[in-house]
Ligand binder design. Structure first.
Ligand SMILES: [Ca+2]
Ligand SMILES: [Ca+2]
Length: 299
């Protein structure tokens, strides 16, 4: 098989982000038969496909079908070009949100020119495109074709799973940023500095104030006083930082101690979750993640 004579650029819009897939197309593979499929990733995550394509695609109300082919490749067929792709028929594998998840598509200006990552998919793609109304998609008895179906409830579950993934990413950021903040405040204290502005346990929240780290931002600690300098160019804030998710700081000037709190989003980190952090942090509130030098200051 000759290699890449033409490079096709396929731009996908998935989940608000942009991914670029560079497709390679050969010139001498025109026998019109579907060859053996050798996918890079042999596992089909049906939930992700159902969520990203069936559920997120703006094709509801028209044809919006997913087929598992040989349990290795997924064909998505719609009645009209449907975001995030511009072709009625597309071939996918593995994870549809990954940059290399799209195997084949076609572009509006050259509908007869398949844009495939690898020539091995071209004949398969061509046959399916020519037979979208046939039950076996024109592939014959040598291939298994299974329609992937999901109920409204299952789609909702898939949506939840995907949301949980993004929640965990945010929680990881929270652990990292709050850990850094804790280290900075501890260093500030260890160098003989006093916490101020504590009032009678006044609450300071990251959704109120600026990111200035000189004590005038949302955190009333002048990190510029740290001898080696502030570890931050700006104060960290919660990845969401709205009325429900924000960092909280409270201190006690008499003891020179403080507490930081944050509400985590991932189910696994909540009380009873598989990686429970909120109720195992040594604090007095099982519903939030607490850290600092006196975890009883805030509940
Ligand atoms: Ca806690
Ligand atoms: Ca507490």
């Amino acid at each position: 098989m000759k290699k890449a004579l033409l490079i096709g650029f396929i731009i996908l819009i998935l989940g608000g982000g942009y991914s670029i897939v560079v497709g390679l197309r050969g010139s001498d593979d025109k026998n019109g038969t579907a060859q053996k499929i050798v996918p890079q990733n042999t596992s089909i995550d049906e939930k992700l496909f159902a969520h990203f394509l069936i559920d997120d695609g703006k094709c509801r109300g028209v044809r919006n079908d997913l087929y598992a082919i040989d349990e290795k490749v997924v064909a998505w067929i719609v009645n009209k070009p449907c975001p995030p792709v511009v072709s009625e028929v597309t071939l996918w594998e593995g994870n549809p949100s990954a940059a290399n998840g799209l195997l084949c598509t076609s572009i509006a200006t050259k509908p007869d020119l398949p844009q495939c990552q690898d020539t091995q998919y071209e004949s398969l793609y061509g046959i399916i495109r020519a037979n979208i109304d046939k039950k076996d998609l024109g592939l014959g008895a040598s291939h298994s074709i299974r329609k992937i179906t999901y109920s409204t409830e299952e789609l909702a579950v898939a949506r939840g799973d995907v949301n949980q993934l993004s929640f965990r990413v945010r929680d990881s950021t929270r652990f990292s940023d709050l850990g850094s903040l804790k280290s900075a405040i501890n260093l500030y204290i260890s160098e003989g500095n006093k916490l101020s502005g504590c009032g009678s346990r006044t609450l300071y929240k990251s959704n109120i104030g600026t990111k200035a780290y000189d004590g005038t931002g949302w955190l009333p600690v002048n990190l510029k006083k740290i001898i080696s300098g502030s570890p931050f160019n700006e104060l960290p804030i919660d990845p969401v930082n709205d009325a429900n998710y924000y960092f909280v700081y409270v201190c006690n000037s008499a003891t020179n101690q403080y507490e930081l709190n944050v509400n985590l989003q991932g189910d696994q980190y909540g009380m009873g979750g598989s990686r429970d952090k909120e109720s195992t942090d040594g604090g007095n509130n099982p519903d939030v993640y607490e850290l600092g030098t006196d975890l009883s200051l805030l509940q």
